[in-house]
Ligand binder design. Structure first.
Ligand code: HEM
Length: 403
C-alpha cells in the first residue's frame, strides 16, 4: 500500500483520551492507514459495521504466514524479530488467538465444554462465596479495589476452574503484569518461567487427576503437551487480566452514575444488562488482536490488499453513533430492551468471540451487585490514572472510600 500512515495508535493524544481520539478518527476516516502497536503499518478500522464484518470474514486471518504483501512476515519471524527465543515459538503458535480455521476449532473445542451455560451456572455459588469473603476482608476506610477485590476475584475463579493451586496465584499475578507492561527484556524470561511451570503442572495432573479442567484436558489424547501448556497460559491470562480491569472500569463507572445505581437497586433483574452495557461503554479490551487480509478485500468502501495488517478498534466500534443511540453513555434500560442484540463487540466477534463470556458475565454480575449492596455509597478518592497502553483500557489503581 502506498499511502502514508495517518494515525499512530501509540500517540499520547490517542492514549490520553482514547474515546475522543477515536471519535474523531471514526468520523473523519473510519478505515485509515495507521502505525499499529508493534510499530508496523496497517489499516485501522473503527466503524461498528466494518469491525464486525472484518472479525467474521473467513478471508481475514490471525496468522499471516504465507500471505503476500507487507504483512507477509511470518508469525514466527515477527516473534523472532521481537527477541523471542526459538524454543518459545511452538507455544506462541499454539495460542488460540494465533490460530485460524480447523486448527483453531480443534483447540477451542477441547476446552469449550467448560465454558457452556450449565457449567458456568453451577459455578455461581462458588463465585458468590469468593466475593463475600473478599468483601468481608476489605474492612473499612480506603482500599485499592483493583488489587484488593477485582484481581483476587478474577484470579481465584479462573485458577480454580483450570486447576492452578492457590500457592501459585501470586506468580501468575506477577507474570500477567510483566506481559501486559510489554517490556521485551522481561517478557522472554517470564514466558520461560510460565511454560516450565505449566509443564510441571501438566505432569502432576496426569499423575494425580483432580476435579478441574486441566485434569480433563490432559486425558484428551489428541492434544500435545505444547497444546495444553498454551491453553493453560492463555486461559489464565485471558481469564484474570481482562476480567479484573472490566470490574474496575465498571465499578468506577457506576460510582459516578447515581441514577444507574438507583435503577439497579430498585430493579436488580437489570444487572445482566448493566454488565453488557458497561462492557460496551468501558470494556477493558480496546484493540482486538491484529488480523491480516488473506485476499484482496473491500472494507467500508476502501480497497485492502492481500497480506495487509488490519487493526480493529473494539472501543471505537462500541461507541459508534451509527450503531448506538447513546454512544458514550451507559444506559442500562436501553441495553435491557435490546437484549444484547445491539452489536456490541466488547467480547469480540466471529470465530474468536470470547470463550469465557458466560463466566465473565456471572463474575461481573455477582461482584458488582455484591459490592454496591454492601457499600452503596462507595466513591473513588481521586481520578484514577490510565495505564498508557493502546491495547487495553486499564487503570493503574482504583482507590476508593468504602461506605
Ligand atoms: C469481562 C471480561 C472479558 C472481556 C471483556 C473479554 C474480551 C475478549 C475479547 C475482546 C476477545 C477476542 C479478542 C480478539 O478477537 O482479538 C476474547 C477472547 C477470548 N477470551 Fe475473553 N474476555 C473477558 C473475560 C474472559 C474470561 C473470564 C475468560 C476465561 C476464563 C476468557 C477467555 C477468552 C478466550 C479463551 C478467548 C480466545 C477465544 C478464541 O480465540 O477462540 N475471557 N475475550
Amino acid at each position: 500500500m502506498s499511502s502514508e500512515p495517518v494515525v499512530d495508535v501509540r500517540d499520547p493524544a490517542v492514549l490520553d483520551d482514547p474515546m475522543r481520539g477515536y471519535d474523531r478518527i471514526l468520523a473523519e476516516s473510519p478505515v485509515c492507514r495507521a502505525r499499529l502497536p508493534g510499530g508496523a503499518e496497517g489499516w485501522l478500522i473503527t466503524r461498528s459495521e466494518d469491525v464486525r464484518a472484518v472479525l467474521a470474514d473467513p478471508a481475514v486471518r490471525n496468522d499471516p504466514t504465507g500471505l503476500p504483501g507487507q504483512g507477509a512476515q511470518t508469525q514466527e519471524e515477527a516473534f523472532l524479530a521481537l527477541g523471542t527465543p526459538p524454543e518459545h515459538l511452538p507455544y506462541l503458535r499454539a495460542s488460540l488467538l494465533s490460530l485460524d480455521g480447523a486448527e483453531h476449532t480443534r483447540l477451542r473445542r477441547s476446552i469449550s465444554h467448560a465454558f457452556g451455560a450449565s457449567r458456568v451456572a453451577a459455578l455461581r455459588p462458588r463465585v458468590q462465596q469468593i466475593v463475600d469473603e473478599l468483601l468481608d476482608g476489605l474492612g473499612s476506610g480506603t482500599v485499592n479495589l483493583l488489587d484488593e477485590y477485582a484481581y483476587p476475584l478474577a484470579m481465584a475463579v479462573v485458577c480454580e476452574l483450570v486447576g492452578v493451586p492457590e500457592a501459585d496465584w501470586a506468580d501468575w499475578w506477577r507474570w500477567g503484569k510483566v506481559l501486559v507492561d510489554g517490556d521485551p527484556a522481561r517478557i522472554t524470561p517470564t514466558l520461560g518461567e510460565m511454560f516450565a511451570y505449566c509443564h510441571a503442572l501438566v505432569d502432576r495432573r496426569r499423575a494425580d487427576p483432580r476435579e478441574d479442567l486441566l485434569s480433563e484436558v490432559v486425558a484428551q489424547e489428541d492434544l500435545t503437551d505444547v497444546d495444553i501448556v498454551a491453553l493453560v497460559v492463555f486461559l489464565v491470562l485471558a481469564g484474570h487480566e481482562t476480567m479484573a480491569h472490566m470490574l474496575s472500569n465498571a465499578a468506577l463507572a457506576l460510582m459516578r452514575d447515581p441514577a444507574q445505581r438507583a435503577l439497579l437497586r430498585t430493579e436488580p433483574q437489570l444487572w445482566p444488562a448493566a454488565v453488557r452495557e458497561l462492557v460496551r461503554t468501558d470494556g477493558p479490551v480496546q484493540l482486538a488482536r491484529l488480523r491480516y487480509a488473506a485476499t484482496d478485500l473491500e472494507v467500508g468502501g476502501v480497497r485492502i490488499s492481500a497480506g495487509d495488517a488490519l487493526q480493529v478498534v473494539l472501543g471505537a466500534a462500541n461507541r459508534d453513533p451509527a450503531q448506538f443511540e447513546h454512544p458514550h453513555r451507559a444506559d442500562v434500560r436501553w441495553q435491557a430492551e435490546h437484549g444484547g442484540r445491539e452489536g456490541s463487540v466488547g467480547f469480540g466477534w466471529g470465530p474468536h468471540f470470547c470463550l469465557g463470556v458466560a463466566l465473565a458475565k456471572v463474575e461481573a454480575e455477582v461482584a458488582l451487585r455484591s459490592l454496591f449492596d454492601r457499600f452503596p455509597a462507595v466513591q473513588p478518592v481521586a481520578e484514577p490514572e490510565w495505564v498508557p497502553l493502546p491495547r487495553g483500557r486499564h487503570r493503574v489503581a482504583l482507590e476508593v472510600r468504602l461506605r
